[in-house]
Design a protein. Sequence first.
Length: 339
Amino acid sequence: MGISALTPPPRGNDVHETLLEFPNNRLLIDLCGEFDRNLAQIEHAMGVHILRRGNHLAIVGAAEARGQAASVLQTLYGRLETGRGIDAGEIDAAIRMTATGPDAPVSIDEQLEMFASGRIEIRTRKKQVEPRTEAQKNYVKNLFQHELAFGIGPAGTGKTYLAVAVGVTMLIGGHVDRIVLSRPAVEAGERLGFLPGDMKEKVDPYMQPLYDALNDFLPAKQVQKLIEDKRIEIAPLAFMRGRTLANAFVVLDEAQNATTMQMKMFLTRLGEGSRMVITGDRTQVDLPRGVSSGLSDAERILEGVKGISFNYFTAQDVVRHPLVARIIAAYDRDDGATG
């Protein structure tokens, strides 16, 4: 194919890179794609950085990932040399044919087959996540099987964590183009308006649990790049108005703090090729007195609607410190005694 590859020897603490040379500059332009979008797709799927230097492409990352990315680039360049074009589907196919091991993208059908065999696990870029309780297992299955799923229960039961893990899996597997994570900007006793900084600086601390989950599943640099490229969006619920979210994995966290109108607005953002997850805890509503929770209304209104799953968690599903489960159980008993 006329492609030469060179992996330079390690130099102290330098980041290792693999250098590929492509003699036909016109084909190299087609390989990179408009605004280097083809390179970005390979970067996101394989956990590497690809830098263009004249008629060379430098691949930076772990040795195995560099080798796999180089193989993908060489395969796609060979396709271009035969006069055939490449698109996102061809790139995804080349990645699937090349990737091996725990980071290999898994199709939804393959994931469901895995579930049928009794293996309930989620593969992300940094770790393999296994649900620990029956409720969590059923929840993960429903996230793959349904276009709209609700996860309702107390804090610490993995509702948001597992949803973000599934979203990352679908993104790196090419099943969705982006992840959209949102929360209602309702303060739990504080007032955002009195905090210093611009809107992003005010809101980011409130969105921190979503950032924490992402950083658990993807390398920090990859998370940052995906956010810069708008492949991952983290925004308050109010920013969703007027949008149609197509080909996206969408998570609404802390949904008990959405009003009925906000919940209806959010649910109707669902676009073609998208999946949506709504998580919340009915015992931690921070809305003003007299304002109905959109989560409770959605449970009542959408019960029995085809394509929607409702998944419920209890104190027995808490996977944080064991004391958290006992605290939740104690509050539940108190509510039952005073209700």
